[in-house]
Design a protein around this ligand. Structure first.
Ligand code: AMP
Ligand code: MG
Length: 388
């Protein structure tokens, strides 16, 4: 049995092999750069106007208007002292311009421009390269692309970028009692709900499973199922059958498939019978079958590894320290992860904390952490992992 910290340390310290691929910039949201990106051009690429107004040759009270430049015009003016051109936002500022003045601060009499106030040298001109110079570093390798990142790279003219590949994931649920939702139940059977929950959790964090298989509690079947899954997967996630019951065959089946155990059992509630193993560059998590345990373990332990396998640091869920809305005491000797809801920066610990109860988790957005035998008073800070 390992402590929570130790289990996370084992996961985070895994050396991982990362492959890269080229994707369209449009499809790169949340992907992670596999190389440093340098600017292929200056940004902006030419001096341009920040306002609708007039570009001014020299700084004085009145000017002769000699023409007009709109955004996108390639026409070249060279302004002499005392000359001005009508100019619009984003238009190329003519050579010889001392400043641009916004139109609201001017008056036009026939062909004469009169300023209501004098601008400063360079005012309202966006200088070539003022944001970024050609060859300057735009984003370092491991940068995770945001919407603004897509905007930035688009403004530099990039339409394809090299990112780390996402891990190939497969899911196997085990249990004789499990029946797919939509079918009818016989006595003793229950609906299989973990695959749906884990697939959705994967999706919400930017991943997907390439296959999802349901298996009976049959040692040979499970052993073969694991062997086949390992032919083409980087992360195999199993649910159920990892405890100590007579029908829990997953651990032995993994061992027989040459998977090396990295830890088995974590001192925590829920999710004690959690298994993590490795075979070469492939990783295996066997999650306890109870629905709330399996989903909690996914967020706390599987997510950091998936992040690492996508080129990220693998920090897992965002951890917040927030005040708790009522007293709570953990009377047990294991640290707990509690289904909780963060609302208005307060943490509410929800009712129905049982490992099998997924409904309370469905109403919350977080997991609050309390140490063994720890007593927390209303208003004091509690460590909380934000799910969404
Ligand atoms: P196990 O870890 O296989 O001992 O299962 C623990 C509990 O979780 C049992 O009550 C199972 O019926 C239930 N369970 C296991 N797998 C699933 C699943 N995929 N969906 C819903 N409940 C499950
Ligand atoms: Mg089972």
């Amino acid at each position: 049995m390992v402590e929570i910290k130790g289990a996370l340390e084992i996961i985070r310290s895994q050396r991982v092999h990362l492959d890269s691929e080229v994707v369209r910039l449009k499809d790169s949201l949340d992907r992670v750069l596999a190389e440093d990106l340098r600017a292929g051009c200056d940004l902006p690429g030419f001096n341009n106007s920040a306002m609708d107004g007039y570009a001014l040759g020299g700084l004085q009270q009145a000017y002769k208007i000699v023409g007009e430049v709109a955004a996108g015009d390639s026409q070249e003016f060279i302004l002499k002292k005392g000359e001005a051109v009508r100019i619009f936002t984003g238009a190329k500022v003519p050579e010889g311009s001392s400043a641009v003045i916004m139109q609201e601060k001017t008056e036009v009499k026939e062909n004469l421009l009169i300023l209501k106030e004098l601008p400063k040298e360079g005012q309202c001109i966006r200088k070539k390269g003022e944001e970024l110079n050609k060859d300057e570093l735009v984003f370092s390798k491991s940068y995770q692309i945001t919407a603004a990142g897509i905007g930035m790279l688009g403004s530099l003219g990039l339409h394809k970028i090299k990112v780390f590949k996402k891990p190939i994931i497969q899911l196997i649920t085990t249990g004789n009692e499990l029946v797919a939702p939509g079918e009818s139940l016989q006595a003793g059977q229950i609906y299989e709900s973990n695959s749906g929950a884990i697939e959705a959790a994967l999706k919400s964090k930017g991943f997907s499973s390439s296959a999802s298989i349901q298996m009976e509690d049959d040692f040979e079947l499970i052993k073969t199922g694991i062997s086949e899954a390992l032919e083409n997967t980087q992360v195999l996630i199993l649910s159920g059958g990892i405890s100590v019951g007579d029908y829990d065959f997953v651990k032995q089946a993994l061992e027989d498939n040459g998977v090396e155990e990295l830890f088995y059992k974590v001192k925590q509630k829920p999710g004690k019978p959690l298994y993590f193993g490795r075979k070469g560059n492939q990783f295996v998590f066997a999650l306890p079958g109870n629905p709330a345990s399996s989903l909690s373990c996914f967020y706390i332990y599987v997510l950091p590894l998936l992040q690492k396998l996508s080129g990220l640091p693998g920090k897992g869920l965002l951890e917040l320290n927030l005040p708790v809305s009522k007293d709570f005491e953990n009377k047990g000797d294991r640290p707990v992860f509690l289904k909780a809801n963060i609302d208005n920066n307060w943490v509410e610990i929800l009712n129905a904390q049982g490992s099998s109860m997924i409904g309370s988790m469905a109403k919350g957005n977080a997991l609050a952490h309390v140490e063994a035998f720890e007593k927390i008073e209303k208003g004091s800070l509690i460590k909380t992992l934000l799910i969404s």
